[in-house]
Design a protein around this ligand. Structure first.
Ligand code: F6P
Length: 395
């Protein structure tokens, strides 16, 4: 089987560990390991140059010689959404490594050595507009057929593009690489623990100034429509007030409520004030709540010397923490197993983690559940959104 691995969407710490793990697991199980540079964009662009570079395959691979070859008809019947079938001859491409004009590349054991400690994604990522068009997807399918790729490991954000590809007969497995931890049916996404760690470090740094000057800080954290990073950062950093999308302040005049809480904390002697605002925070009517607005309230109503810090992309990059090495390593291995076990009856799987066990759940179900959370928020049914995130949630 020829297994190609790609990363898509926003980068997150741990993506390289996924690539390393899936490459090594594939080789150990007698498969060819390939990578696709620049996410789905690389699939669309394909290889326009051929270059031969020898690829190291460890001797241990020889002990798994008879692993089943992928059924050619899977790739020959590759079908996207509209049901159109694609057929093509085979290309005559040889292996290479990250060369201009080559986006789909065979890799060996040594090519990914030490990758688990690197931030971002070394094989590149892109939010590919082309892949969202029919022409783009046809080009991607064509390029995969040309290279003989018959299975894909995709590590990306909401893996909605994997969902598109999952409509095809291609064997595909998704791993969720996202700092937002916004995917349903998994407890943790790859990169979220590192991002949370970065936020905690930033809060520690800010706390020094906040305490020294008795200031208030409003810290905006990432997370898109999800409040996980903000919520856990508030717990870990001892925030006075928190604003997240899933649970907007119940009180319409939330500003009064916030001021009352912070005033009380100051009254009992607290020298510093910390308000965490998730970037997707809003009020009960879905009006966005912005950090600058919170700052103005703290300054004007409580007379606090207040600053805003938007942590931005400092949260996303850098070296992965231990969890973002262990989780992707285990999940990358599981992803290869899922592909080897796949048959026409099995759905495409998402590899997750639930209650400390690495899991395989139907990809489409996980995507649907995730979309349901966003829909519940848009319908202002916040309790439903929380229950979808956590079935044991009680108001
Ligand atoms: O999904 C990851 C994420 O970092 C979000 O938290 C944030 O909203 C978004 O990506 C930022 O995207 P970009 O890097 O394109 O600005």
């Amino acid at each position: 089987m020829k297994i190609a691995i790609l990363t898509s969407g926003g980068d997150s710490a741990g993506m390289n560990a996924v690539v390393r793990s899936a490459v090594k697991a594939a080789i150990l199980k007698g498969c060819e390991a390939w990578i696709v540079r620049e996410g789905y964009e690389g699939l669309v662009r394909g290889n326009t140059e051929a270059e031969a570079v020898s690829t190291y395959v460890p001797p241990v691979a020889a002990s798994y010689p008879d692993f089943p070859e992928a059924a050619n008809d899977i790739i020959n019947n590759l079908r996207f959404g509209d049901g159109e079938k694609l057929r093509d001859g085979t290309g005559d491409y040889t292996s290479g490594i990250t060369l201009k004009g080559r986006y789909i590349i065979r890799v060996g054991w040594d090519d990914v050595r030490g990758w688990f400690g690197e931030g971002g994604t070394l094989i590149g990522t892109a939010r590919s507009k082309e892949f969202r068009t029919r022409e783009g997807r046809l080009a991607a399918a064509h390029n995969m057929i040309k290279e003989g790729i018959d299975a894909l490991v995709v590590c990306g954000g909401k893996i909605t593009d994997a969902q598109v590809a999952a409509h095809s007969h291609l064997k595909i497995v998704g791993l969720v690489g996202s700092i937002d931890n916004d995917m349903s049916m998994t407890d943790l996404t790859i990169g979220a623990p590192t991002a949370l760690h970065r936020i905690c470090e930033a809060i520690d740094n800010i706390n020094s100034t906040a305490s020294s000057h008795s200031r208030a800080f409003v810290i905006e954290v990432m997370g898109r429509h999800c409040g996980w990073l903000a919520l856990l950062a508030a717990v870990a950093g001892g925030a006075d007030f928190l604003l997240i999308p899933e649970q907007p302040p119940k009180n319409k005049s939330w500003e009064d409520e916030m001021c009352a809480v912070i005033h009380q904390h100051r009254e009992v002697g607290k020298r510093k004030t910390l308000v965490i605002v998730a970037e997707g925070a809003h009020d009960l009517d879905l009006n966005p709540i912005k950090a600058e607005h919170v700052k103005d309230i703290l300054s004007d109503r409580l007379g606090l010397d207040t600053r805003v810090t938007t942590l931005g992309h400092t949260q996303r990059g850098g070296r992965p923490c231990a969890m973002d090495r262990i989780l992707p390593t285990l999940q990358g291995m599981k992803a290869v197993d899922a592909l080897l076990e796949a048959n026409p009856e099995t759905p495409s799987y998402m590899i997750g983690i639930q209650e400390n066990k690495i899991t395989m759940v139907p990809l489409m179900e996980a995507v649907a559940m995730t979309k349901a959370v966003t829909a519940a928020i848009e319908e202002k049914d916040f309790a439903k959104a929380m229950r979808l995130r956590d079935p044991e949630f009680r108001e």
